[in-house]
Design a protein around this ligand. Structure first.
Ligand SMILES: *[C@@H]1O[C@H](CO)[C@@H](O)[C@H](O)[C@H]1NC(C)=O
Ligand SMILES: *[C@@H]1O[C@H](CO)[C@@H](O)[C@H](O)[C@H]1NC(C)=O
Length: 362
């Protein structure tokens, strides 16, 4: 749908964590060009990303970078992720409530900078009086590549939904968002995916226009194969458990679910990723090998998600020891998993990464 996201994982997050200065220095290249309103004699109108080749990586907890967003773009990451918290109609970006500050908002850190970058990428000049159609993306070397903006709703789903949708207005109004128009998917330079408490019922409420796509629960996708009835039963039990819970923090792929999930509930008209915690759904491969049961589960995940046009993403992968991590990455790549997130970088062994991390860059 949006071009192939190569297997990759791992976050530019990891790379950027270990080489922060280099990338942050590079990121400064973006800042002045974004600030200057128009092209001048020293710069081509669109040279903001001239030397950058996009790679299939995802900048996890992107806002931890000293220069969020720009560091990831400079590294060529096609995906960035922001955790958002709703307080008094403002969406603050941060990992926990204690890390929030008034100036770090979805608008100031992502929406406004992206509008500025995209306006520069789609200049109206004497030679090109009309706007590009479709609009060019953030990467000059691959203008058709959409930037994946994963927004993790940390506060209650419905309220946060309306605020996120409203705050995306400047991108929507300029036609920059990938959207579903009731019949087909229209690709734009930015594709927004809601995860965390994003409510599925609100994603699908409007049947003629959608521009926030769901992060479907990979372990709850239903197989068309009737042999899976035992699995469906388990599914229904999970639904009833969810509807009983009073908590507003349900986590990825659990909010606003229909009473019954069928084989066709999640597809590319409403979802982009299908994700699950690797630790929870597959478990630790021990002793250093996946069991047959684990392999069958992984294959089933990839098959049902790809059949529905969704990208498979695992998060909460073990990151240590390194040999185990590499084995897991290799197996998952072979099996067709699209994106891997490694969480808890701080807890992972330190220093161990430097030498091999670039093996994973295409
Ligand atoms: C769906 O969204 C479009 C675009 O925002 C809007 O014009 C339309 O009224 C919405 N439809 C419903 C049923 O809310
Ligand atoms: C996508 O899923 C919705 C239910 O969420 C379903 O009504 C629709 O028919 C599906 N579309 C396709 C093309 O499969």
């Amino acid at each position: 749908m949006l071009g192939i996201i190569q297997f990759i994982s791992i976050s530019c997050g990891i790379v950027l964590s270990f080489f922060p200065d280099e990338y942050d220095r590079a990121a400064h290249n973006w800042l002045p060009s974004v600030d200057s309103a128009s092209a001048d004699t020293k710069h081509w109108p669109t040279d903001v990303s001239r030397d950058i080749i996009p790679v299939g990586c995802h900048s996890h907890n992107d806002y931890w970078r000293r220069v969020p967003l720009y560091s990831a773009l400079q590294a060529g990451c096609v995906g960035v992720e922001a955790d958002v918290w709703l307080f008094d109609d403002e969406l603050y970006v941060g990992h926990t409530t204690s890390s929030l500050t008034p100036r770090r908002t979805l608008r100031s850190m992502y929406v406004d900078p992206l509008v500025a970058i995209l306006e520069r990428q789609n200049p109206i000049t004497d030679f090109q009086p009309g706007a590009n159609s479709p609009a060019h993306g953030v990467f000059d070397t691959d203008p058709g590549q959409s930037l994946l903006l994963l927004i993790d709703f940390k506060t209650a789903g419905p309220e946060t939904w309306y605020a996120v949708s409203k705050h995306l207005g400047p991108l929507r109004d300029r036609g920059y968002l990938t959207h579903f128009n009731g019949e087909e998917l229209i690709q734009g330079p930015i594709t927004v995916i809601g995860t965390g408490n994003t409510p599925f019922n609100l994603v699908t409420a409007n049947t003629t226009y959608r521009d926030i796509f769901f992060d479907a629960p990979l372990d709850r996708l239903v197989d068309e194969d009737p042999d899976q009835s035992a699995y469906t039963q388990q599914n229904l039990e999970m639904v009833s458990r969810d509807t009983n819970t009073q908590s507003t923090n349900l986590g990825q792929g659990q909010s606003g679910m229909p009473a019954v999930i069928t084989a066709n509930t999640f597809n590319s008209t409403n979802s982009f990723y299908a994700s699950v915690s690797f630790q929870k759904a597959i478990g630790f491969p021990w002793p250093f090998h996946f069991t047959q049961h684990q392999m069958a589960l992984i294959r089933r995940h990839v098959r049902v998600a790809h059949r529905q046009g969704l990208k498979v993403r695992y998060w909460a992968l073990p990151s240590w020891p390194r040999s185990l991590r590499n084995h897991i990455w290799r197996v998952l790549a072979q099996e067709g998993v699209d994106v891997l997130n490694v969480d808890d970088l701080v807890g992972a062994t330190k220093g161990d990464w430097n030498t091999e991390v670039f093996d994973w860059w295409p």
